[in-house]
Design a protein around this ligand. Structure first.
Ligand SMILES: Cc1ncc(C[n+]2csc(CCOP(=O)(O)OP(=O)(O)O)c2C)c(N)n1
Ligand SMILES: CC(=O)[C@@H](O)[C@H](O)COP(=O)(O)O
Ligand SMILES: [Mg+2]
Length: 588
């Protein structure tokens, strides 16, 4: 279809010139444009399709960027990007050097706040609204937040504060009854009970917001009418819109979980593009399937995920043993302290959280788990570089932020079988909190379902032996290290794999230093405060006299690209490692 209206829109100024009667046609064109690009370039789909009408209506009614608009999480902001000057670059979405998959302040003045992690929009918007009040600016402030994101603690903290102010602020609840997976919890039921005759909303009332709705979020005329009314008024408004995630693409409406981020698909039929089966299993599945296998025999095991049952594959245990596996919604802090509570009563919680989202629960890890030395097992998925989601989602800080916590044991299995056996070993019983980190994507072993074997975490594996350099690596990055040394002088380099990052065996490090001329550490984590930093510290404090070189994620945020590209950008791919090892050898 020719996009006759969209092709003339470079910014919301052009949008405002349209007749209201043109907007429905524009919605069709915008939807087609998103489907067209995402079907080949990949990315988040369902959320953006669901807010096409809302996006158009917001930019039509309000004066962005002077009026401030924040998209919570930001995975639904593709339409916003396309209408605000990024139509021509949209095909570079999430690729190296291209635009980001999330709103980003340095990308556009229309992106008022950088997002990626959920439930931040109301706090940030309130900050802007208070700033406007102090500066006697009567602009409008609007946040669009989903039904799964609004139940998070941060959103409640912000609503509670906002409700005691008299700023100009409109919260739009985009209620589609699903996050990535179906929404959970009590409020979901409450929101679904509300109808246009309810006239009253205890939730909005309690926070002193004027409630409007629920209205059909695909009725563009109604949206324009409602938003125009709100715009004329000042104060606190809460507009409840009902939408369908994936709206406009049948398969995406019918299979909302898959089409949250479906990969490539046929833009006409929606049918997913068949990818060649590699025979390798994703790490998340090795975790999820192994945990289920163990939980079937060990009834102390409890599984907990904050809103990522599909992404983390805890779904297998939730389906099979629902009474012992919980999706608690977007509530990382709660997930951690809930696990602490379970552990006080002799249960064995496996709390699975993406590395990047666990950042939100740092105090809970320290105060509620580690300080009381409670036996909670944190399964840290998406540890390391994550690819196209980019800077907001990199799982590169966990080693550094966990290294500082007393009682915490940190493990990084080298492959699928080791991950499986780590889970097995830990469920035999632990005396302290433990974290296991493993990456996004496929493992490199096809036959990972090996008979269970107990692992000695204190054992440091010598992968190859040499006299000049000791390369110390942790986790699955060992694969790159082994490729790097494959064709190098075999008698010069030793490689060691440390499954245990904390505690580290001081005597072992001293011994390595005595038998080599240099140590090189390699990790897929922040170079500051990580595994390598700790080895450098130990080596220095024990007075060893050899240089220790640390390789890892540099002190900068790593932008979107493929994981292979990101490894290269960080000098952690096999070729870069080989060059680095050779450079150090030449120096000795
Ligand atoms: C703190 C945090 N935890 C988890 C996620 C992963 N995540 C991204 S989108 C999403 C669901 C959001 O659902 P909702 O707010 O209802 O928006 P919708 O996708 O339905 O538009 C989740 C759990 C995240 N981005 N941030
Ligand atoms: C927007 C968001 O936070 C999630 O959709 C995230 O992109 C999921 O990442 P995975 O694809 O690694 O599950
Ligand atoms: Mg939702």
């Amino acid at each position: 279809m020719m996009s006759q209206i969209l092709s003339n829109i470079q910014s919301p100024k052009d949008l405002k010139k349209l007749q209201a009667s043109d907007l429905a046609v524009l919605a069709t064109e915008l939807r087609d444009f998103i489907i067209d690009i995402v079907s080949t370039k990949e990315g988040h789909l369902g959320a953006s399709l669901g807010v096409v009408e809302l996006t158009i209506a917001l930019h039509y009614v309000f004066d962005t960027p002077d009026d401030k608009l924040i998209w919570d999480v930001g995975h639904q902001a593709y339409g916003h990007k396309i209408l605000t000057g990024r139509k021509n670059t949209f095909s570079s979405n999430r690729q190296k050097g291209g635009i980001s998959g999330f709103p980003k302040r340095n990308e556009s003045v229309y992106d008022t706040f950088g997002v990626g992690h959920s439930s931040t929009s109301i706090s940030a918007l309130l900050g802007m609204a208070i700033a406007a009040q102090l500066q006697q600016n009567d602009r409008h402030h609007i946040a669009v937040i989903g039904d799964a994101s609004i139940v998070s603690g941060m959103a409640f903290e912000a609503l509670n504060h906002a409700g005691a102010t008299d700023v100009n602020m409109t919260i739009i609840l985009n209620d589609n009854s699903i996050g990535i997976d179906p929404s959970v919890g009590a409020l979901k039921e409450y929101f679904s009970r509300l109808n246009p005759d309810s006239q009253h909303n205890i939730f909005a009332d309690a926070f002193n917001f004027n409630y409007h709705g629920p209205i059909d979020g695909h009725d563009i005329d109604l949206l324009v009418e409602k938003l125009s009314q709100i715009r004329k008024q000042k104060g606190l408004h809460f507009l409840h819109v009902k939408t369908i995630k994936g709206k406009g693409l049948k398969s995406a409406e019918e299979n909302q979980i898959v089409y949250h981020a479906p990969g490539k698909f046929d833009k006409k039929t929606g049918v997913l593009t068949a990818t060649e089966k590699t025979g390798y299993t994703k790490y998340q599945d090795i975790f999820g399937l192994t945990l289920l296998e163990l939980a079937e025999k060990n009834d102390k095991i409890i599984g907990i995920t904050p809103a990522m049952p599909t992404g983390s594959s805890l779904k297998y245990m939730i389906e099979a043993i629902p009474e012992r596996a919980f999706d608690v919604g977007i509530a990382e802090q709660h997930a951690v302290t809930l696990s602490a509570g379970l552990a006080t009563d002799d249960l064995l919680p496996f709390c699975v959280i993406y590395s990047t989202f666990l950042q939100r629960a740092y105090d809970q890890i320290i105060h509620d788990v580690a300080l009381q030395n409670l036996p909670v097992i944190f399964c840290i998925d998406r540890a390391g570089l994550v690819g196209a989601d980019g800077a907001t989602h990199q799982g590169v800080f966990d080693i550094a932020y966990l290294n500082a916590i007393p009682n915490m044991q940190i493990l990084a299995p080298k492959d699928a079988c080791e991950l499986r056996n780590t889970l097995y070993t830990l469920q035999l019983g632990i005396q302290n909190p433990v974290t296991i980190r493993y990456p996004r994507g496929e493992s490199n072993i096809k036959d990972w379902k090996v008979p269970f074997r107990k692992i000695d975490f204190n054992h440091i594996e010598k992968c190859c032996s040499g006299t000049e350099i000791a390369v110390c690596c942790t986790g699955t990055l060992i694969e790159q290290v082994m490729k790097a040394v494959e064709n190098m002088e075999s008698d010069k380099i030793s490689v060691y794999h440390f499954i245990q990052i904390k505690p580290l065996d001081k005597d072992y490090i001293v011994n390595l230093a005595q038998h080599h001329k240099a140590i090189i550490t390699v990790e897929e984590g922040s170079i500051i405060g990580g595994f390598g930093s700790r080895i450098s510290q130990l080596s220095a404090s024990e007075g060893t006299n050899i240089p220790v070189y640390n390789l890892g994620i540099p002190d900068s945020f790593i932008e979107h690209a493929t994981t292979d590209e990101q490894l290269k950008m960080c000098g952690l791919d096999a070729d870069s490692l080989k060059n680095y090892f050779q450079k150090i050898l030449n120096r000795l």
